[in-house]
Ligand binder design. Structure first.
Ligand code: IMP
Ligand code: MG
Length: 184
């Protein structure tokens, strides 16, 4: 298949936006902040599949306090208007989150619509606290008022790949964040 050809694959990686070492340094600091803020509290790290699996894996290892880790998978449907939509859970959490401080770990916030719906849904379950930590924030693209509690990198309005983020399911395994481009 053409999209699996190495030449095609590499030609679409336009430039590195955030290097592997920049990612690791920011994650190390975020892990230390989590250690300080949640010490002695029942902490649950929640990530939405699949884009945040790489970030979560590194973040979890930068956290040294005890915590549990869980995954959600969602299917979002939007009716075309900016403010409405529904989200269906295709995989739910096993934990009763009313007993936890929940930290939602996200890869990127774009329009913010999926995360807004997931936030509403999880807050209804009355966690002890609820915060959003995102690796990347693209505020220029926001369609709903959603602000993460912490964003490790604020990026311009470009399509990015790597470090869990895909384009047509490829590039998730790239160890850094790159800008995607089709022009030669
Ligand atoms: P939204 O915030 O509801 O618009 O959706 C965010 C989701 O769109 C992310 O979790 C990603 O899966 C995907 N996404 C948004 N921007 C990008 C990008 O630049 N590269 C790859 N995926 C993206
Ligand atoms: Mg995602």
């Amino acid at each position: 298949m053409e999209r699996f050809s190495m030449a095609t694959y590499q030609s679409r990686i336009r430039r590195t936006l955030i290097s592997a070492s920049e990612l690791q340094e920011a994650i190390r600091l975020a892990g230390a902040e989590i250690d300080r803020e949640y010490a002695g509290k029942p902490l649950l790290l929640v990530s939405i599949l699949k884009g945040s699996f790489v970030f979560l894996a590194d973040l979890a290892r930068a956290v040294s306090i005890p915590c549990e880790i869980s995954f959600l998978q969602v299917q979002s449907y939007f009716d075309g208007t900016a403010s409405s939509g529904t989200v269906q859970l295709t995989m739910d959490l096993a934990q009763d989150i009313s007993r936890y401080h929940v930290l939602l770990v996200e890869d990127i916030i774009d329009s913010g619509r999926t995360l807004q719906l997931v936030t509403e849904l999880l807050k209804k379950r009355a966690p002890l606290s609820f915060r959003i930590l995102t690796l990347l924030d693209k505020p220029a693209r926001r369609e709903v008022p959603l602000t993460p509690d912490r964003a490790l990198f604020v990026i311009p309005d470009v399509f990015v790949i790597g470090y869990g983020l895909d384009c047509g399911e490829l590039y998730r395994n790239l160890p850094y964040i790159a800008e995607y481009g089709t022009e030669t």
